[in-house]
Design a protein around this ligand. Structure first.
Ligand code: SRM
Ligand code: SF4
Length: 580
């Protein structure tokens, strides 16, 4: 498969600026090395910033300090965010210790677990980036393709039961992650001082302009939909028959990002194309990826994701193209059922005699605060642990492969630092997700991670009053409509639109198979709680046997609500445009 774009798909419209940046970058090198060496500024040029994303690196600035620094006539407080590539969210204790030390010595002193099962560092000064990458490399970690217009961190069920099927699915996710990595040596040259490639480099799968936009893959094993498979550009749903993995149902065209008030952008659930044998994962993945490479819209980054390519051309056309390119004919999809998205918490014994411990971590933020030394506790665990760590798509952590001898020692550390109590929270809190947003995210329109604890406390009171203290309701909040915490798949979704203002969405299905709908286009969090109070009370009184909150809203509240708006019907204030 060659690396060229279909000119048919691009029409007569000019290509977006990112296309020239990519094609002129000599396979993602550009002027990054020069910009990083420039000590006259803490930042880098915009062109380099765009290219750095393919290396897992974003230039950011502390938005809390912007006004003050501007008044003082000073440069923005630039620092870098680095995202680790960690297929399936699996890290060794040795890797943990190195990442922990990087946070202490070379970045903001917290580790942030993301909604795609990896670590992010914030606050890395330009002069420290190389050192961070070197340290990661010393424990075989990198940040290649963690961001950028390529296949990103591949998600897979973290549930560490150590069953053969789980391990097989993990291995498939890893193999696809490796297979779809860019082949350029740019990362090694720029950050690890590898000798320059003298030319003749190629990107056999991507070509010189890579993909039109980011591309995301996930693997799920029913009945657990922890990876939100229908939000992925490409998904593999494991089909297990008689205890054996026989293959996958392939899904395509999921995505969350949209813009307020722009009906041409929308979250979308993936379509199921059909069943393939397990050994065809890479072949089908490559065909999906190259079809998107050739037909994705390179003239408009707001319309460049795979979901739009599929909606524009039709799913049957897409399926035919994938079959033609891969040589694989899809069989009819095999039956599957998802029941939940929830991570397991606490201790669980596995079939092989080991144990795992699921630890809730609010917003995935691991740091030490007075009286709550989570980071220290996890470092102590990493120092003695001989199994591994698994990061979950809900920003939680699993300590897995714990031997019966080690279990009491780990238990003691968890108890001594008060972490065992972390799992004794309301199920609302255990399930809640938030994106990073302020102060680091350049696209945030409102608070998210920093607003979540207070928002949850308010809802917990409402649930308690309604007698629903132990109900699992999914609540997700983001600082803008890009959807980094997958808010359109939450039963209650708050999506930032201006400082202190959010669009409120209700009615997604708890198992991640139905999107929610817009209920209020712009509301404060407090008003959102007030609006939901009577709805939650009604739910407590009127729900059918076993009916979940999202289903109740979908059945009872949404059609009857006169203020209901559908996605995209609301005028929006100006939003920063991401060239990500
Ligand atoms: Fe995201 C951009 C954080 C998962 C959709 N996302 C960003 C940036 C890099 C902002 C930027 O472009 O300048 C954010 C950095 C904030 C910071 O300070 O750290 C950011 N996204 C995150 C993370 C860290 C959220 C979190 O709190 O965990 C997640 C990192 C995942 C990872 O490890 O790779 C993260 N982002 C997601 C997801 C969820 C998912 O992939 O499962 C989505 C929705 C799914 C999807 O892609 O459709 C998501 N992020 C976006 C978008 C909108 C894309 C679109 O198609 O419209 C942007 C903006 C863009 O691309 O223009 C964005
Ligand atoms: Fe930033 Fe928006 Fe993503 Fe939140 S959803 S991290 S505010 S881009």
């Amino acid at each position: 498969m060659g690396g060229s774009m279909s000119s048919e798909s691009q029409g007569a419209k000019p290509l977006v600026a990112n296309e020239a940046i990519k094609s002129q970058s000599n396979f993602l090198r550009g002027e990054i090395a020069k910009d990083v060496a420039d000590t006259s500024t803490g930042g880098i040029s915009e062109n380099s910033n765009q290219l750095c994303k393919f290396h897992g690196l974003y230039m950011q600035d502390d938005r809390d300090l912007r006004t003050e620094l501007k008044k003082a006539g000073k440069e923005k407080a630039f620092a870098f965010m680095l995202r680790v590539r960690l297929p399936g969210g699996k890290a060794t204790p040795q890797q943990w210790l190195v990442l922990d030390s990087i946070a202490d010595e070379l970045a903001s002193p917290s580790l942030r677990l993301t909604t795609r099962q990896t670590f992010q560092f914030h606050g890395i000064l330009k002069g420290n980036v190389k050192q961070v990458i070197r340290r990661m490399q010393s424990v075989l970690l990198d940040s290649i393709a963690a961001c950028g217009d390529v296949n990103r961190n591949v998600m897979a069920p973290p549930n560490p039961e150590r069953s053969p099927v789980l391990e097989q699915v993990y291995q498939h996710s890893r193999a696809w992650s490796e297979y779809a990595l860019p082949k350029t040596r740019a990362y090694y040259e720029v950050w690890l001082d590898e000798e320059l490639v003298a030319g003749g480099e190629e990107e056999p799968m991507y070509g010189p302009t890579y993909l039109p936009r980011k591309f995301k893959t996930g693997f799920a094993i029913p009945p657990l939909n922890d990876v939100d498979i229908f939000s992925q550009d490409l998904g593999y749903i494991a089909i297990v028959e008689n205890g054996e993995l026989v293959g996958y149902n392939v899904t395509v065209g999921g995505g969350q990002g949209m813009n307020h008030g722009n009906a041409a952008t929308y979250p979308r659930l993936a379509d199921v194309l059909g069943f393939i044998p397990a050994d065809r994962v890479n072949a089908v993945g490559e065909a999906v990826l190259t079809t998107q490479r050739d037909y994705g819209d390179r003239t408009n980054r707001r319309h460049a994701r795979l979901k739009y390519t599929i909606d524009d051309r039709g799913v049957e056309w897409f399926k035919g193209e994938v079959e033609r390119r891969s040589g694989v004919t899809f069989e009819p999809a095999r039956p599957f059922e998802f029941t939940t998205i929830e991570d397991p918490h606490g201790w669980h014994e596995c079939a092989d005699g080991t144990w795992f411990y699921g630890l809730h971590i609010l917003s995935g933020r691991i740091k030490d605060v007075p009286g709550w030394p989570m980071k220290t506790a996890l470092r102590e665990i990493a120092e003695i642990h001989t199994g591994d760590f698994r990061l979950t798509p809900s920003q939680n952590l699993t300590i897995s492969g714990v031997t019966p001898e080690q279990k009491p020692k780990i238990d003691e550390i968890l108890a001594r630092h008060g972490l065992s109590a972390e799992n004794n929270r309301s199920r609302l809190r255990l399930n809640a997700l938030s994106c990073v947003a302020l102060p680091t995210c350049g696209l945030a329109l409102a608070e998210s991670e920093r607003a979540l604890p207070d928002l949850l406390s308010k809802f917990e009171t409402v649930l308690e009053e309604a007698g629903l203290k132990d109900d699992a309701i999914s609540l997700r909040i983001t600082g803008c409509p890009n959807g980094c915490a997958r808010p359109y798949l939450a039963e209650i979704g708050f999506v930032g639109r201006a400082p202190g203002k959010y669009a409120l969405f209700l009615g997604a299905k708890y198992n991640g198979t139905r999107l929610n709908r817009l209920v209020s286009p712009s509301i404060t969090l407090d008003d959102g709680v007030e609006l939901l109070k009577p709805i939650i009370k009604r739910y407590a009184l009127e729900r059918k046997e076993g009916e979940e909150f999202g289903d109740f809203c979908d059945r009872v509240i949404l059609p009857a609500d006169a203020t209901l708006h559908s996605v995209g019907t609301v005028e929006s204030p100006a939003e920063p445009v991401s060239a990500n």
